[in-house]
Design a protein around this ligand. Sequence first.
Ligand SMILES: Cc1cc2nc3c(=O)[nH]c(=O)nc-3n(C[C@H](O)[C@H](O)[C@H](O)COP(=O)(O)O)c2cc1C
Length: 202
Amino acid sequence: MELDEVIKKRTSVRYFKEKKVPKETLLELIKAAIRAPTASGLENWRFVVFESPEVRNRVYRLIADGMVEYYRAVNLPEDKMEKLRTRMYEDGMYRAPVYVAVFIDRNVRFLKGREYDELELLWSVESAAMAIQNLMLKAVEFGLGTVYIGVTNFRGIDEEVRKLSGLGEGHYLVGIIPIGYPQEDRAPRKRRKSVEDVVEFL
Ligand SMILES: Cc1cc2nc3c(=O)[nH]c(=O)nc-3n(C[C@H](O)[C@H](O)[C@H](O)COP(=O)(O)O)c2cc1C
């Protein structure tokens, strides 16, 4: 598949078939991920793959908690909130055969000195986000769907995910990526802004 086709085809998928994703495929996705640029060559990312039904169920619950908090924070009306709960708890939104949690290890440093703490955190998160994008694009090639989950970064939920992953306090959660075969083919979502709206040539 040409890169242009992959980029145009990728769109967030939130409903998946309960069909196993082969381990070799998952390793190919992570191989693609770690080809991403990495600030200062740190490669301080960590990919935790949740596959067993029990642990997946716990991850799914944490995603659902995060989504409820997200919509509460924007005062979503109760009827819409109810619709969301139905989608999540009855229709199976966000239930996937695999979840990959992506972390960075904050203890792995290049720049010395507290004044660089924030910058190096940002660089590491940016690097991990680029790795996630590679993974998501590679997934398209395998006919797999993905969605970036950021709501698990809400305070408390991120800690639960970290503990579930068996990682120490120095690990910072960048995102969770549900992966699976899409329940249905869907057209990529349109953008509200055109290239002219966002570009500036000086
Ligand atoms: C950093 C980040 C965090 C996101 N967090 C969530 C999330 O928690 N839940 C969710 O359903 N989608 C999440 N998304 C997906 C966006 O909603 C989605 O990319 C956007 O609506 C555009 O749709 P598209 O990916 O289909 O083009 C996130 C995307 C990014 C980049």
